[in-house]
Design a protein around this ligand. Structure first.
Ligand SMILES: *Cc1c(COP(=O)(O)O)cnc(C)c1O
Length: 470
């Protein structure tokens, strides 16, 4: 038996007692979950002592590796002072400081907290529609999302998500929203240039808003990278047009930076790459943050918004207030983890470099190391931004992703292709040796899996399309 399908006692107990996320549990009958008992830096250590490189940052949350000293120390220190209190009618130092610093970094403020990304989406959607209602424009209550967009899986977030696999079973429970074409150049019709495709998606947004703005509260999108769609990447010019059109038609723009915030795309926040002629960057009306916010250590999310939206709730009437709440809103331990993350971004090393500058050097090195993968005859649409790399593999075999995932685990790499897209979203702390291990391993596993697939008897040729599971 290979190490990837050997069932440890812990894995078997997990199969019996735990319902794992985003998983058809029957698969675990033959491929049990791997039991991880420790983690250090980018490495996970299983209950048999094997080391696995966490090349997807534990579902895109981890920034500085596991067991990162400054975050661990901040949480430990806070635990001795104040563990948790409710945030209605009470406040505490970490939540005040974090809110001030997030406002300083984004130019938006009034931080509203929850514990996960989907809740941040819910908050932004509710705040937007409620603010229009408070302004006497209750008919502005519809939302727009983009083709391939992903904003979480609670009912409200799912209704602006366009991943059929996650939506279909729940379609009757969801409120319909409009889905507009994605600026991802891979969707360009044959013979249409990337620039022309981009323009056509901007035209589609303009046409939609011209007709429906009176009933539209907000447009929600993932700036620059649509993660769950398979790391679809698009040009920042699209965001310039979004800002201009949303202003023109009085529609809020919600930037879902849950996956792309905190340096993932090379700037602190992805929307900051949409630069205006005067050198400033565009500002959304709402920013949703989570995932990297605590460096991947504590569950925390935040929604930031404008003074204008905030003012729409400011009233003597209680029902004009934003009465949303979560029990763990603004948890002090999570806020301290987030403050340690912001301190880490603010710090410079002995060479005078900060995290973003070091990432640029590391990214260039890794891009060079993966050139053989990018030039592989069965690989197309190589793309990269900041600390995200993606490659589309030329295969229609529906089991590609699961085969690749298992073969990679056996090779000591945690990688989960989405459909036929192989991607890497590593913690920012890979050493040159780690990067080399990852680049060589990915290529070797690709050849191994393609050989496996090519050797399948013809009768197993796929009838169904590839089902992409992040
Ligand atoms: C992960 C993610 C979410 C949902 O966050 P959860 O914490 O999983 O609920 C929302 N939007 C984007 C862009 C994400 O990547």
């Amino acid at each position: 038996m290979t190490s990837s399908n050997r069932a440890s006692n812990l894995a078997e107990r997990s199969r019996q007692a735990v319902w794992h996320p985003c998983t058809q549990m029957k698969v675990h009958e033959h491929f049990p979950p791997r039991a991880i008992v420790a983690a250090e830096g980018p490495w996970l250590i299983d209950d048999q002592g094997h080391r696995i490189l966490d090349a997807v940052s534990s579902w895109w949350v981890n920034l500085f590796g596991h067991n990162f000293g400054p975050i661990r120390e901040a949480i430990t220190d806070q635990l001795g002072k104040l563990d948790h209190i409710m945030l209605a009618g009470l406040t505490h130092p970490p939540v005040v400081e974090l809110s001030e610093r997030l406002a300083g970094l984004t130019g938006l403020g009034h931080a509203f907290y929850a514990s996960d990304g989907a809740s941040a989406t819910e908050i932004a959607l509710k705040m937007s529609a409620h603010s229009w209602r408070n302004r006497g424009r209750a008919q502005k209550n519809q939302f727009i999302g983009l083709q391939g967009g992903y904003h979480g899986e609670t009912a409200g977030a799912l209704s602006v998500t366009d991943i059929p696999l996650f939506r279909e079973a729940y379609a009757p429970l969801l409120r319909l929203s409009a889905t507009l074409p994605s600026p991802d150049p891979r969707h360009a019709a044959p013979g249409v240039s990337a620039q022309a495709h981009l323009q056509s998606t901007i035209d589609a947004l303009a046409a939609y808003l011209a007709e429906h703005h009176e009933h539209t509260a907000a447009l929600i999108l993932e700036p620059l990278v649509q993660g769950a769609a398979g790391m679809a990447m698009y040009a920042p010019e699209y965001l310039l047009a979004v800002r201009r059109l949303c202003d023109q038609y009085q529609v809020h723009w919600i930037a879902d930076e849950i996956a792309v915030g905190f340096g993932r795309t090379g700037t602190m926040f992805a929307h900051q790459q949409a630069v205006l002629p005067d050198g400033s960057h565009v500002k959304p009306d709402f920013i949703c943050l989570s995932k990297g916010l605590t460096g991947g250590v504590m569950p925390l999310s935040a929604v930031l918004t404008t003074d204008d939206v905030y003012a729409a709730f400011w009233d003597d009437s209680v029902v004009h207030g934003f009465l949303h709440s979560h029990s763990y809103t603004g948890n002090p331990l999570a806020c301290r983890a987030a403050l340690a993350v912001l301190d880490t971004f603010a710090a410079r090393d002995e060479q005078g470099q900060d995290v973003l500058e070091r990432n640029r050097v590391a990214a260039a090195r890794f891009t060079a190391m993966t050139a053989p993968l990018s030039q592989h005859p069965r690989v197309k649409a190589t793309r990269h931004v900041g600390m995200i790399w993606a490659w589309d593999v030329d295969t229609s075999e529906p089991t590609f992703a699961s085969r690749y995932h298992r073969a990679a685990m056996a090779a000591g790499l945690l990688l989960r292709p989405i459909g036929s897209t192989l991607y890497v979203m590593p913690p920012y702390v890979l050493s040159e040796a780690d990067q080399c291990f990852l680049a060589e391993g990915m290529l070797r596993v690709l050849d191994q899996v393609l050989a496996e697939i090519d050797a399948l008897p013809d009768s197993s040729a796929p009838a169904a399309p590839v089902v992409p599971v992040p």
